[in-house]
Design a binder for this molecule. Structure first.
Ligand SMILES: [Mg+2]
Length: 367
């Protein structure tokens, strides 16, 4: 049955963090709330799909890109041929860049259309991506905010270890914070450090011995600038540190360059940043050809997270873990539907993304 895109609605959410773990920050900026940009698409036959654009403190930018540039190119067009629509919009907007807010907005549209496609077919997106066996849950790791102060880092680590997580990601670039986390977690917990592009190659080589002593599962985006693929390859070669990158890679061709360079031990495509399910699904076979596991990036907790879960369930290998942003916030977009147990997150098996946002949460935290 033909269906065209009738309505594209931006829904910014702001869910405050609970006050009991103060001092949360990201890249030097204090955070008091989880900001998200959801996108709700309605088709002419009345099907509703949900998407998400990467937001953090830039949700307004993605919202403007959606309203001014992306949505007008989507309205009235066939909702069932997603690759054709994505190609159309990308070609029309490529002069504004091949990443950033416009691509984040387009990613949200893509995810919403995949949600609609699954709902029309009556199956979860994972089944549209692969007919094979689908796990009912996936291993996940708790991805913490930056706390800098070692005592605060310890408190956050203790909370997630007590919650049953077997793997934790820190957003820290200071060694005292990392060392406190390893001490508090003990040797049995997998520890990941996202350095947020903190160092030059020489600086990273200078702290490599201390980082190796932390026995990290991987070190995420150690180098500035993030597209220094040759530098990442050299860091791996010269130190033996396991390295990951990919959340700031905007296109499949750039992923090919990243993998070709031998820059990573794990590759991290981010569905709400790099083009949604349509582009994400292409990274899995590409990474497999290079023998590199895909570890999706999802430092968000709406439809973008579900896109990562559905794709990992269908296409991921044994090593793939889901990033669960642990902000300790007052409410969750999906209520309890994605509650983690013993370090695993459910793969919801409803049609499309598997579950819709909780309307009460949307009503209470829409801004
Ligand atoms: Mg990161």
């Amino acid at each position: 049955m033909p269906a065209v895109i009738d309505r594209v609605e931006a829904i910014p959410l702001r869910i405050p963090l609970k006050p009991d773990l103060p001092g949360a920050a990201l890249w030097g900026a204090p955070i008091e709330a989880a900001d998200s940009l959801l996108v709700k698409i309605t088709t002419s036959d009345g099907v509703v799909g949900w998407g998400e654009a990467f937001g953090l403190y830039g949700t307004g930018l993605a919202e403007q890109a959606l309203k001014e540039l992306v949505a007008p190119l989507c309205l009235g067009r066939d909702a069932t041929d997603i690759p054709a629509l994505m190609d159309h919009v990308q070609r029309r907007l490529h002069v504004f860049g091949r990443g950033g807010a416009i691509t984040y907005a387009l990613s949200a549209v893509d995810i919403a259309l995949w949600d609609i496609a699954g709902k029309r077919a009556g199956v979860p997106i994972a089944m549209l991506l692969s007919a094979g066996h689908r796990p009912r849950s996936l291993p996940c790791y708790a991805s913490l905010a930056c706390y800098t102060d070692p005592d605060r880092v310890r408190a956050a680590v203790r909370r997630v270890v007590d919650d049953g997580f077997g793997a934790i990601k820190l957003h820290e670039s200071g060694l005292p914070a990392m060392q406190a986390a390893r001490e508090e977690a003990g040797p049995g917990i997998a520890l990941i450090v996202d350095a947020g592009c903190a160092w030059s190659l020489t600086q990273a080589q200078g702290v490599a011995a201390d980082l190796l002593a932390l026995d990290l599962m991987f070190l995420e985006e150690p180098l500035w600038p993030p597209e220094n693929f040759g530098g990442l390859a050299e860091l791996r070669r010269s130190t033996g540190l396991p390295v990951s990158s990919g959340e700031n890679v905007g296109t499949v061709l750039e992923f090919e360059r990243l993998l070709e360079a031998g820059a990573v031990d794990f590759v991290q495509p981010s569905p709400a940043k790099m083009g949604g399910v349509t582009e994400l699904r292409k990274v899995f076979p590409l990474a497999a050809a290079h023998g590199v596991p895909v570890m999706t990036h999802s430092f968000y907790d709406g439809p973008g997270l579900l896109a990562a879960i559905q794709a990992t369930a269908a296409l991921g290998g044994a090593e793939g873990m889901v990033e669960w942003r642990w902000f300790d916030q007052q409410a969750s977009i999906y209520g309890d539907a994605l509650a983690t147990t013993d370090g695993r997150i459910p793969v919801p098996d409803g049609p499309g993304l598997g579950v819709d946002p909780d309307p009460e949460v949307i009503g209470a935290y829409r801004c």
